[in-house]
Design a protein around this ligand. Structure first.
Ligand SMILES: [Zn+2]
Length: 200
């Protein structure tokens, strides 16, 4: 369906580009701007949870707390915050459900995530650590933060795996498994998050 919308918006834009020179420049510019907006909107429609109406984005946000895209493919958010001159980066891998969050509802808009080890706020520039499982053994490679359409693709996969009959983003979040990396040799678990530091 959304591909048809893209084609329609694309044609409208091209028709405008071909020109209707009977109009004033202002009218033409306005129409062009509208056609461009429509084309942009049609190109950026998300397919995941499209049936959820105004809750769509909240469901997509909740789906992002699954690090496992497919059984043998995971993408972990990692903290690469600099730890001061000569100390290198934090390099902590944290399961999505275990990041300290600014807002209590995980799917909240404008959510922020903080590292449980150093407290730094997650930045997309930190990227991800990809885990490919083969025979129960994890192979790891650093990757850049994926573009938006990959996020939509991931959310669509999560919808298929866990979204059936799900009534709220919170319910979806609760259904997502608590994951750990396949390799227990290279990763040492953190027992308490940053928010809990100083607590008994
Ligand atoms: Zn950190």
């Amino acid at each position: 369906m959304h591909e048809q919308d893209q084609v329609k918006a694309g044609k409208a834009f091209l028709n405008w580009f071909d020109g209707t020179d009977s109009k004033t420049f202002e009218e033409m510019a306005n129409e062009g701007a509208k056609a461009e907006d429509a084309l942009y909107a049609a190109s950026n429609i998300q397919i995941a949870f499209a049936d959820k109406g105004d809750q769509q984005q909240a469901f997509i946000n909740a789906a992002d707390y699954s690090d496992e895209w497919a059984e043998c493919f995971r993408a972990w958010y990692i903290c690469q915050a600099k730890q001061g001159e000569g100390w290198g980066n934090c390099n902590t891998l944290i399961a999505s459900k275990r990041w300290d969050t600014l807002h209590d509802e995980p799917e909240a808009t404008w959510q922020r995530w903080h590292c449980g080890s150093c407290g730094a706020r997650y930045k997309t520039a930190f990227g991800l650590l990809i885990e490919v499982k083969k025979g129960g053994i994890g192979c790891y490679i650093l990757a850049e933060f994926p573009p938006n359409h990959m996020g939509d693709f991931k959310a669509a996969i999560i919808q298929q795996r866990y979204g059936s009959g799900c009534e709220s983003p919170g319910e979806l979040f609760a259904r997502l498994p608590d994951l750990r990396p396949a390799s227990t040799t290279f990763f040492e678990p953190l027992l308490r998050g940053w928010k809990d530091h100083g607590k008994k």
